[in-house]
Design a protein around this ligand. Structure first.
Ligand SMILES: NC(=O)c1ccc[n+]([C@@H]2O[C@H](COP(=O)([O-])OP(=O)(O)OC[C@H]3O[C@@H](n4cnc5c(N)ncnc54)[C@H](OP(=O)(O)O)[C@@H]3O)[C@@H](O)[C@H]2O)c1
Length: 365
């Protein structure tokens, strides 16, 4: 099957945008290329927060050769002053003749303003090239900019029979080396990683990114109502900043206990031992955390599902049977009573990872 020229160059721009993942948040990843007579003139991507936008990087590289080109850009060019001047001015000054856009700006304040300005300046604009891919690429940013809340990805690694640990609590490792490497990649692409207190007590995880690539370490968040984890837990050592979320009632005790760690203690409302997740997500959004990777365990997973806070699941299914009625399952809590109340998923991908499989799906809203 042949793809159009527009799709070919947009695919390239989407690939370029990915290079910025993990470094630009709370901005979205963006890629751009300048093309003339079917030839690539220059390209760019948004490299770090506050740095030049993708289209500006491509325009600067092209210099005078940018004149009369088509600009392929994954996201509608900005029309306002932020950390950098508006991209639409650079496009007009370079006399670019056509702008091909992946997706419009999801920010309601800016949506389609850039397109209107470009058209007014006499520049041809085509929007919606590989739109689905371009939108998926910035799904976390889109949610955050519209709602102020992070996009929540729930990641789990379970045996084929649904267990995340054996009946004795042994949980290392459920999945194989390829899947474990993938976990580091997905961690590196998120702004924050979250676990429940039992996971820290039982596994003592670091929750850092260890795949050899340069990264901006994500925030690490532990939900621990009374501050039951140890001050010497590995999470307090090297890695991204730590937030220890506890209940208002235990705030002073927890602050005192963890004063020698560099953790930020976040006080939340709580009910029956469950911290208020809505309040938590609101606080994370204010910090500019656009994407949150919930890594378990089972109790935390159910809490996020029950409240309707999961946007996407990334489920590793290991080719292994663990068994045992007392072994932890990937989603615990009370669960649903009747099947018509089940949380429905919309599967998007099933990817082999060595001997395991990665099942990816969105939660039906
Ligand atoms: N295979 C995997 O992908 C994976 C990933 C992570 C963990 N694990 C395994 O999972 C096991 C731990 O899971 P778990 O289900 O026992 O515990 P968990 O989900 O790690 O932690 C649950 C605890 O967090 C506290 N909590 C605070 N706010 C909460 C809220 N809003 N909702 C729910 N809990 C809240 C509660 O503590 P209180 O008791 O103080 O109320 C609750 O008991 C370990 O064996 C670990 O190895 C596996």
């Amino acid at each position: 099957m042949s793809i159009s020229n527009d799709e070919h160059w947009m695919k390239r721009a989407i690939g370029l945008a990915e290079k910025g993942r993990g470094f630009v948040s709370p901005n979205p990843v963006v890629g751009a290329c300048l093309v003339k007579s079917g030839r690539l003139i220059s390209e760019g991507f948004h490299r770090h927060f506050g740095g030049p936008h993708a289209e500006v990087e491509a325009i600067r590289k092209a210099g005078k050769r940018g004149n009369g080109t088509t600009l392929y850009v994954t996201l509608e060019p900005c029309s306002t002053y932020g950390k950098t001047p508006p991209c639409i001015d650079a496009i007009r000054e370079t006399k670019i003749s056509r702008v091909a856009i992946g997706t419009v700006d999801p920010n309601p304040k800016h949506k389609k303003r850039g397109i209107a300005y470009l058209r007014k300046a006499g520049i041809r604009v085509t929007a919606g090239i590989l739109q689905e891919q371009a939108q998926e690429q910035i799904e976390a940013f889109s949610k955050w900019i519209r709602t102020g809340l992070p996009f929540v990805i729930l990641k789990m690694a379970q045996s084929l029979d649904g267990k995340i640990a054996s009946r004795t609590g042994s949980s290392r490792w459920i999945s194989g080396p390829k899947a474990r490497l993938w976990v580091h990649k997905v961690r590196a692409s998120c702004d924050a990683v979250l676990v429940g207190k039992n996971t820290v007590l039982m596994d003592n995880p670091r929750l850092t990114v260890r795949n050899g690539a340069p990264v901006r370490e994500p925030w690490r968040i532990v939900l621990d109502e009374k501050g039951a984890i140890s001050q010497n837990a590995r999470i307090f050592r090297a890695g991204g900043p730590v937030i220890l979320a506890c209940s208002e009632k235990f705030f002073s005790l927890v602050t005192k206990k963890f004063r020698n760690t560099k953790a930020t203690i976040l006080s939340l409302k709580s009910s029956h031992g469950n911290l208020d997740l809505k309040q938590l997500l609101g606080n994370l959004g204010v910090l500019g955390i656009t994407s949150l990777l919930v890594e378990g365990g089972g109790e935390i997973a159910w809490s996020f599902f029950e409240k309707g806070f999961v946007d996407k699941v990334e489920w590793v299914i290991a080719s292994k049977i663990i068994g045992g009625r007392d072994a932890k399952t990937s989603v615990e809590g009370l669960g649903i009573g009747m099947l018509d109340k089940a949380i429905l998923l919309k599967p998007t991908r099933l990817i082999p990872l060595g001997e395991d499989f990665l099942f990816e799906a969105y939660v039906h809203s």
